[in-house]
Design a protein around this ligand. Sequence first.
Ligand code: TYM
Length: 329
Amino acid sequence: MDKKVVYSGIQPSGSLTIGNYLGALKNFIGLQDEYNCLYCIVDMHAITVPQEPKLLRKNTLDVLALYLAAGLDPEKSIIYIQSHVPAHVELMWMLNSISSMGQLQRMTQFKDKSKKSKEVLAGIFNYPVLMAADILLYQTSYVPVGEDQKQHVELTRDLAQKFNARYSDTFVLPDILTPKSGARIMSLQDPSIKMSKSDPDANSFILILDDEEATRRKIKRAVTDSLNSIDYNDEQVGLKNLINIYSSFSGKSVEEIVAMYDGKGYGEFKEDLADVVCDGLRPLRERFKEIRADKEYLEKVYKEGAEKASYLANKTLRKVYKKMGFIAK
Ligand code: TYM
């Protein structure tokens, strides 16, 4: 039997945080042997907020190099750039024809982002439909993402179901795959909100590509509480977040970590956490520089990736055109 398909993507809308790493990228690696994996750099999604063209180009290649430095292997997975496969935008348009305005208006990400901006862009509104197109084009069974994407994956299932019901079985219904401890990494300065690369306070996030000094400094400054006792509960939300980060990087369970620091203070815990994070990211940080400098290799990876992805995407797209009643060329 053919292997099932895993699909995920990351936006090149800035430098990635350890939230992106623990919620998504880190989990991509282990899936490569068991599944047919596609990992995309979703540049079309990135333009739903204004991007400086030069920076978008740089960030796109940065994310590609990070994928490779983290351990994605182009011999095993299809790694490509979304805008290189126009089928995504074509399918999105067709899915728009069965998407309800009401459902899109209820998306938390849309509500959050439109609250923050003066002008609400149609791209932000349609963002989840493009994401559904990404996933459905490849007959995806599993989508490894952070918890914030749950609603978008549910919408994708709804659209697939709606399409299948109207035009006969066409799409596989995908399931979300979230990690145990890294599904929702919170801001280091305000643990009630998620860690985000667009946060104006740089102390609130650790970038995958921060240097070790900055990593240690940000962990030292991370907000905790005045209880000075290492416990995992909803009263100590700052500490809970740090324990989650510790657990995701070290592979140790929350219970093990709490037991290890029984009777110890936050200072010692934070120092060890900084070691765990730096050790966890060191190989990736070192490999990144080398890979990022090799323009020819990067180009080879994204060109071959786009070719393989296009082949698969066009198979689905042709079916969709036909089922909806378009005349074949
Ligand atoms: P993006 O670029 O905003 O986020 C990329 C991935 O990082 C996860 N993530 C987090 N996980 C845990 N804690 C956090 N603080 C945190 N911040 C971000 C996100 O859940 C995501 O998995 N819409 C997607 C991009 C996308 C996509 C797709 C994903 C477009 N098409 C198709 C899967 C399949 C997104 O959130 O990107």
